[in-house]
Design a protein around this ligand. Structure first.
Ligand SMILES: [Zn+2]
Length: 462
């Protein structure tokens, strides 16, 4: 059966058609977008997100899939009618997962559902098998440090908050290696699990052996912990082909809608195009890319061009250390004063709540005024502090940085897991998020008085 196709929603330019042909999807037609009832929404955000998830999929920085995502983004911007579109190179560390598995070998044999952590080394061809030492915290590891030598340390830490719990993913391997552990496992960083493992970046500390690190499902980590509690000394065999391949080149994608009054001044809308390699990364951060593109496009369709230039930046390599965000700052440092605001979305497409403002307290008050008319979409709550990982480097140049705040109670259920797919995104909420961003971007672009800036950070004196 042919998919529904309406010329109005079809391929308007040859760019997307060419890209799809290159992707081996020459016959692809846009999917039907659900009717959302959100004023101004014509399904663009949904179709864009569906295109990214279905035709590109997971897109780790430095991978061929990410190169395809960059091509897809360039074609999509051109197809949507942006005035100018270009890419900017970014040097990124390239990591590949390869095949991987883990198995409890004693006292009960069963397969473990796992994902290696990003930037982890592999185990070597023979894998690693050892008794598991289960701890619930770094404190417990310190107290029982003598027991870690030659063992696989499993951090079965409870979920507290993302910021607190993610420390085990970031630092767990090196903390375990300091005590002589041969590998590190963590309970996945999520408050809720349906047997999904959750990956994410880890870091090796200087001067400590690099041991492989992986996340287990909450369920499997709990079972191993209970075996240990029973005094049964569980053993695990871990096999990971993960490799760090050195530096590669990747790209940020930048697209402008030229301002009508002050074209040299830029309101930046940012999200990250790279992702992990599991699932299709719909919420993180495909949704941010789609809704920022949709919001900017909405300003073009409003019939009144924005006063300032509205620029969408789809960053690369956020997941493995915000390389794209820092590269954009460095490439545009000389024109930092021309950036009047930078707004990021990287918390998934949930119900909009409002915005956070990293900047001058007067800027917070101004944004509060600007967001007040967005009560209709629920986006009128403005809080001080925080923006987003990719725009944050611009704060050093004095740029007022903002983040889209959403009702994120379930974000970490899907985050960095094979479950983060389009079916988890509500098209109505995606459209509402886009409407919230369009509303604030319109105010930021048209208000004659730009937001107050903080003095740029001074380089440290020598
Ligand atoms: Zn993200």
């Amino acid at each position: 059966m042919a998919l529904p196709f309406s010329p109005a929603r079809g391929l308007r330019s040859p760019f997307l058609a060419l890209m799809l042909a290159a992707a081996g999807a020459a016959c692809a037609q846009p999917v039907a977008a659900p009717e959302t009832g959100v004023p101004g929404d014509d399904g663009f955000a949904w179709r864009t997100l569906a295109g990214l998830c279905d035709l590109v999929g997971g897109r780790p920085a430095g991978s061929p899939q990410m190169a395809k995502a960059v091509e897809w983004a360039v074609a999509s911007f051109k197809d949507a009618g942006f005035d100018s579109v270009w890419t900017e190179p970014v040097t990124v560390p390239v990591w590949t997962r390869g095949r991987e598995w883990a198995r409890c070998t004693a006292p009960v044999a069963f397969d473990l559902t796992m994902l290696g952590l990003g930037l982890s080394d592999g185990t070597g061809p023979d894998g690693i098998e050892a008794e598991v030492m289960v701890v619930a915290s770094f404190d417990e590891l310190e107290k029982r440090g003598d027991e870690a030598k030659g063992r696989i340390v499993l951090f079965n830490m409870p979920w507290e908050s993302y910021g607190r719990t993610v420390q085990y993913r970031s630092r767990g391997a090196s903390e375990a290696a300091k005590h002589g552990a041969v590998a590190c496992l963590i309970r996945s960083v999520t408050p809720n699990s349906l047997a999904t493992p959750h990956t994410g970046m880890m870091r090796y500390a200087d001067g400590v052996p690099h041991i492989p690190a992986a996340a287990l499902t909450v369920e499997d980590a709990g079972r191993l912990a209970r075996l240990a509690e029973r005094g049964l000394k569980p053993r695990v065999k871990l096999y990971m082909e993960a490799r760090n391949l050195g530096d590669g080149t990747c790209h940020n994608v930048v697209a402008d809608i030229r301002g009508a009054k002050w074209p040299e001044q830029v309101v930046l809308l940012g999200a990250h195009l790279d992702s992990w390699d599991v699932g299709t990364c719909a919420h993180d951060d495909g949704a941010g890319c789609a809704l920022m593109m949709a919001a900017a496009r909405q300003l073009m369709l409003d019939g009144k061009r924005p006063g300032r230039t509205v620029r969408v930046v789809l960053y690369t390599a956020e997941e493995i250390g915000v390389y794209g965000g820092r590269a954009y700052r460095d490439a545009h440092r000389h024109e930092g004063d021309r950036h009047v605001a930078a707004l990021e979305s990287d918390s998934g497409a949930f119900a909009p709540r409002g915005f956070s403002v990293e900047g001058d307290s007067l800027a917070v008050l101004r944004v509060r005024e600007m967001a007040a008319p967005l009560a209709w979409v629920g986006a009128d709550s403005v809080t001080a502090g925080g923006s987003g990982a990719d725009v944050h480097p611009l704060a050093e140049l004095g740029v007022p940085c903002l983040g889209l705040r959403v009702a994120g109670e379930t974000y970490f259920h899907y985050h960095h897991s094979p479950a983060d797919n389009l079916d988890k995104v509500d098209p109505v909420l995606l459209a509402r998020d886009a409407a919230a961003v369009a509303g604030l971007a319109r105010a930021l672009a048209d208000d004659p008085e730009p937001l107050p800036r903080k003095a740029p950070a001074q380089p440290a004196a020598h």
